[in-house]
Design a protein around this ligand. Sequence first.
Ligand code: AQP
Length: 351
Amino acid sequence: MPEAGNKKQVFSGVQPTGKLHLGNYIGALSQWVENQTRYDNIFCIVDLHALTIAEAVRPALLREKTREVAALYLACGVDPEKSIVFVQSHIPAHAELTWILNCVTTVGWIERMTQYKSKAAQVESVSTGLLDYPVLQAADILLYRTDLVPVGEDQKQHIELTADIAHRFNRLFGEAFVIPQPLLRAEGARIMGFDDPMTKMSKSRGEIQKGHAIGLLDSADTIREVILGAVTDSSMETHFDHASPAVRNLLTIYEVLSGRTRLEIEAHFEGKGYNYLKREVADVVINRLAPIRNRYLEINRDRAYLECILQRGAERAWTIAESTLRHVQELVGIGPWASRKTDCPPGNIGR
Ligand code: AQP
């Protein structure tokens, strides 16, 4: 394990849109918690990212969702003594650095992002913010001199773009940024919808499509209903390498949450049928999510506690973000003169 002070820096975040689901937990949050003592961690609720489709923004709901996501981080096991937890919009440096990074990012780079292409296809008019989303994400990551970004597979392309932007800036202006890398789970980096094994489980689809996702706060009955209703196929194949995408998705969820090996899992489910598999998957999901739900309800009863954590988190994050931004400003030739400690006689302005 690295010595204290020599630990790698981790940064990650979730948008406060929709209900956090099992895919978010397996792909992102569970990794954050598992690695919490190994790295220095910063976990952000990326509320600026939630504005990219303006027609869908409900201001009061956005504030509530921001609190909900923060409370869920803690309920899932993020420890504010070990990790910085804060809200993106509380630190203006994110938006400021985004502008500077915009100026070193070509439009061609961001137009190639697959998430942009698929989201743009779903809305009538595409905002500049939707196109610029990955540059804001690059600013989030680069402000904190991040080495590793634990995310699901859908975000891998954005982290690679972040590395390209950082390289280009460093080449043009001088060394400012650490080059980050994605940290992906070997298994479970892409959990698929229970209704459609070809579609990634997502918050937006979960909102409109019953049976697509399991929310982290769903009741045991709902979890059972969704998993028992999951799409499967007509064979009885439960070997990882031969199973259909839908069954493999169920096996992967079981693998990550049970901690059992593939050989044990294959032996356990051999010849037992999909109904048995689904019941067992439902049990491991319920057992994992029940304490999270209980802890969430506890945290939610004390709004002041959560607000203090977010305020303290923003103060700690601000110190790091501010120093990176000042350095970047110096390199590009902008920013406050005050940093150069000029003594100004009072009252001379305009004479
Ligand atoms: N299905 C998934 N499997 C594994 N990891 C996932 N993540 C998201 N979906 C899966 C990871 O969770 C983190 C937060 O991502 P997000 O806030 O972008 O969540 P989302 O569910 O992808 O949200 P949206 O708004 O509903 O996006 P669309 O509809 O575009 O999919 C990230 O680390 C992500 O990789």
